[in-house]
Write a protein that binds this ligand. Structure first.
Ligand code: HEM
Length: 462
């Protein structure tokens, strides 16, 4: 691939060389235990500052942030820390710094030598993109092709379908009666159905995609190079669907993109075989890869955030009472959930494209820079009483969807999904409550996207 197809949020525009996934590195370095992610990294390591630990920090409990973050944020500026993959990274924790560096064109997602690039973890997801020379232009084309697909009007058009799909799942739960487990029985099928409907993935291929998505987010990546083959298989399957849509159009993204893409032979100025300026959109042969990236970005994120946020809402008596009395508070609840409830810690790796100085630090070209959106969203300089869930918080300039040129394309869709879920749940089940104490809710500590292993709830059936 010419870009980071191995990333959940990567531009994923090309075909070609495979992703740099977990396992042995080209420089032969022995990687660290890489037990991290959301999870379990942060024990001391050689070179770590006193008590500062290893990235990504472990989250001790679902309702907390890793304890290292508060101190680093308070101190301000960047921290230079070891990573679970045995490398070193610049960690950015403050809201202003994350915003500034996210918007800095000198920092991107590709690396000139991806096989030797410093890594945050040994996972297939969020590795360095491999299209360094063309990354900026590739990403521009990628966004040009996909932005329209996730625009406000299209998302609003989806509302009735989303509501019907959520109502159907909730109806089954209500028919069965309490107790219930909301990760497997509600959040995952809802998120999977929405993104597959939007793109046009038929029912019989959805389970295979869900299983694949679950495997690639594991840390350490148990598949290693096999993952690249699996990803190619997924791309092949999407390519086949695109061919079908060219012959028989439907009301989905596959059809739309199949019609608007450049032909496979359209020359693009910023690709090695370029002869004339690019037309500004993806080529047909880049589409399958781009779409499998969107599938990942739109599935796991919602499937994990929805129940994680619900845990925060149900664990907070004031929020629970307020939402039960007025489900119309759901939009405010969504924003607080986005700010506070961060499955997996939302660690975002980037690479310096050039040598640069920031706040007295000399960052070298190729250095790993890691943003903690979770930390930025608890910055007291921006969010008074930042650790508290506050449904009346305005403004709420959280960075949960990122910032700058990589800002989440699916933010509108994600907000709508969460809003429908919380509104419907509190309207239909005002007595909804956790079936276990919040500290006994099991967290998934072995995946990049984190989340809960299960969310057991109950209610009074009448
Ligand atoms: C609660 C759910 C979601 C969260 C928390 C979330 C978060 C994010 C974040 C933080 C980024 C920026 C990554 C970076 O800076 O490197 C991002 C990018 C992206 N997201 Fe989301 N997202 C969510 C839902 C979705 C959905 C539903 C879709 C699609 C249907 C989606 C599609 C994308 C895409 C395509 C990008 C890449 C944008 C680019 O590289 O230009 N996301 N998301």
């Amino acid at each position: 691939m010419s870009s980071g197809s191995d990333t959940a949020y990567g531009t994923g525009t090309g075909t070609g060389t495979g992703p740099t996934v977990g396992g042995a590195r080209a420089d032969g370095a022995t990687v660290g235990a890489a037990t991290g992610s959301a999870g379990t990294a942060g024990t001391a390591a050689a070179g770590a500052g006193a008590g500062e630990g290893v990235l990504p920090f472990a989250c001790p409990a679902a309702l907390a942030e890793p304890p290292e973050l508060a101190g680093l944020r308070e101190r301000g500026g960047l921290a230079r820390l070891p990573t679970a993959a045995g490398d070193r990274a610049w960690l950015v924790t403050g809201h202003a710094d994350v915003r500034a560096l996210c918007g800095d064109p000198r920092i991107g997602k590709s690396h000139p030598d991806p096989a030797r690039a410093p890594r945050l973890w040994e996972a297939a997801l969020l590795g360095p993109e491999t299209n360094h020379a063309t990354a900026v232009a590739d990403h521009r084309r990628w966004r040009t092709s996909l932005t329209e697909a996730f625009g406000a009007r299209r998302v609003e058009r989806l509302r009735p379908r989303l509501q019907a799909s959520f109502d159907a799942l909730l109806g089954t739960l209500l028919d069965t009666g309490p107790p219930a487990e909301l990760c497997a029985d509600l959040a995952r099928p809802f998120a999977l159905g929405v993104i597959c409907d939007l793109i046009g993935i038929p029912a019989e291929r959805r389970d295979a995609f869900a299983a694949w998505s679950d495997r690639v987010r594991r840390v350490p990546d148990p598949l290693g190079a096999a993952d690249a083959a699996e990803r190619r298989e997924l791309d092949r399957s999407i390519g086949e669907l695109l061919d079908r849509r060219r012959r028989a159009p439907a009301d989905d993204l596959l059809t739309e993109l199949a019609a608007s893409a450049d032909g496979p032979d359209t020359p693009h100025a910023d690709t090695p075989h370029a002869r004339t300026p690019h037309t500004g959109v993806l080529r047909a042969d880049e589409l399958p890869h781009a779409l499998s990236g969107v599938l990942l970005a739109g599935y796991e994120t919602v499937a994990t955030r929805l129940p994680y946020g619900l845990l925060y809402l149900l664990a907070d008596p004031a929020a629970r009472t307020a939402l039960a009395a007025d489900p119309g508070l759901a939009p405010a609840a969504v924003e607080e959930v986005m700010r506070l409830a961060v499955p997996g810690g939302s660690w975002m790796p980037r690479y310096a494209r050039t040598d640069l100085e920031y706040d007295g630090n000399r960052i070298a070209a190729g250095d790993l820079v890691v943003f903690s959106f979770q930390s930025a969203n608890r910055d007291e300089r921006v969010f008074p009483d930042a650790g508290a869930l506050d449904l009346g918080r305005t403004p709420n300039p959280h960075l949960a969807f990122g910032h700058g040129k990589y800002f989440c394309l699916g933010a509108g869709l994600a907000r709508l999904e969460l809003r429908i879920a919380y509104e419907s749940l509190f309207r239909r089940l005002p007595g909804l409550r956790l079936a276990r104490a919040p500290e006994d809710i099991p967290v998934d500590g072995a995946s990049v996207t984190g989340g809960l292993r299960a969310l057991p709830v109950t209610w009074d059936s009448t």
